[in-house]
Write a protein that binds this ligand. Sequence first.
Ligand SMILES: [Zn+2]
Length: 452
Amino acid sequence: MDLENKGAEISARNEKYLRHLQGLVQILSVSSVNDEHTDWSRFDELHQYLQTTYPMIYQKLELTVIGKASLLFRWPSENPDRKPVLLMAHQDVVPAGREEQWSHPPFAGEVEDGFLWGRGSEDCKSLLSAEMDAVEELLEEHFKPSFDIYLSFGHNEEVQCTPDKKGSILAAEYLKRNGVELACIFDEGGNIIDNESGVRAEVALAEKAPNEFVLYKDGDGGHASRPGKGTVLGDIARAAAAVEEHPMPYRLTPLVKAFLKAEARFKDKKTAKVYRHPGKHFKKLKKLAAKDRTLDAMLHTTFAVTMAEGSAQANVLPSHAEATMSVRILQGDTVESVKKYLESIISEGVLVKVPFAENPKRAGSTDSDVYELLCDTIHEVYGEKTAIVPKLMLGASDSRNYAEVSPAVFRFSGRVKTPKWGEAHQVDERMPVDKLYMPVDFFKTFLGNYNK
Ligand SMILES: [Zn+2]
């Protein structure tokens, strides 16, 4: 095919993918911690939309609805001789926030300046539609997989809720109950980064475990006119300050080391030297981390004091005070070890409880056949020069809940991120439309390569 025809073919495909994604963005599938606050008719609408947009998938794949509204599709192989592959995304989005701050209405799906604007355009409906488009096209092309292909789309990724309600936990349990052992999983978390320093594929092989810790203290309360030596809220404030003044010590995990080494070539000469041998130049690395929040978060378990509570009225001494911290636990620490650490730095009388506790899952390996296949596929689709950067994801995704059914969890979406991409959860979230075909190509190519 000559270049002109190829260009025309790509733009026709992009137009199709854009239409599919646009329809998804226009559906207000906002999740909420409280099921009663969720408008479930929006999820029904989304399911109906998927059925009309991807008719082959609904004809040929088995569909199980998990929990309230999560979807699990299975494309059964006629002659399975290898482990299944699972493609993931989530259906829900966070609220739009203050709509007047958006330059385009958050759920209109408007296209302007080469972007599709709207809540969920990036996080994570463009991944959901790319995976559906890839599988729909493979069905149209009579692809015959020698392995089962699963698609799993959670309905409440964006909210912290109990395990019996979390769609991804229920779906992983369902797979486990049915004896399914996966070869690998793909989910959000890493993208193709294309900027002036070059092209790289970020593949997140682990994520930090999100926890909620609470510092609390009870007292006698009383009238605010006779406070004596202070209040329990004051004690909590001092405890919170102590936590900020005593961060956990920096250390290097094997994955972060691999990340720094791969990332070195994109850094200036001085930084590159440190990144290439982070163990040897650990002191310098610590200095860099002090000025770089992202690097800082990779090197230790972090504490963010986010909420505080005392008395309900100004003239009443608090009988209970507490401060909530978002704690992101790094591989190597546990809920127990972090709790012990906190207890060692806060003053007596202040206690620690952990309402949302979760230990970090083991990091995936770069030393496996399926990782090698992933790297080969990335080079095939995005070019030989694409650098592959294994990384630690600092936020959390649904995919960590599948650790028991898959040894390889690739948080890699195949989407191409340019500097103008709007960030997830922010005002003016947006997705460039000219590269929509690339994740579709990536998933099709990977599944084809795995089938060989
Ligand atoms: Zn997401």
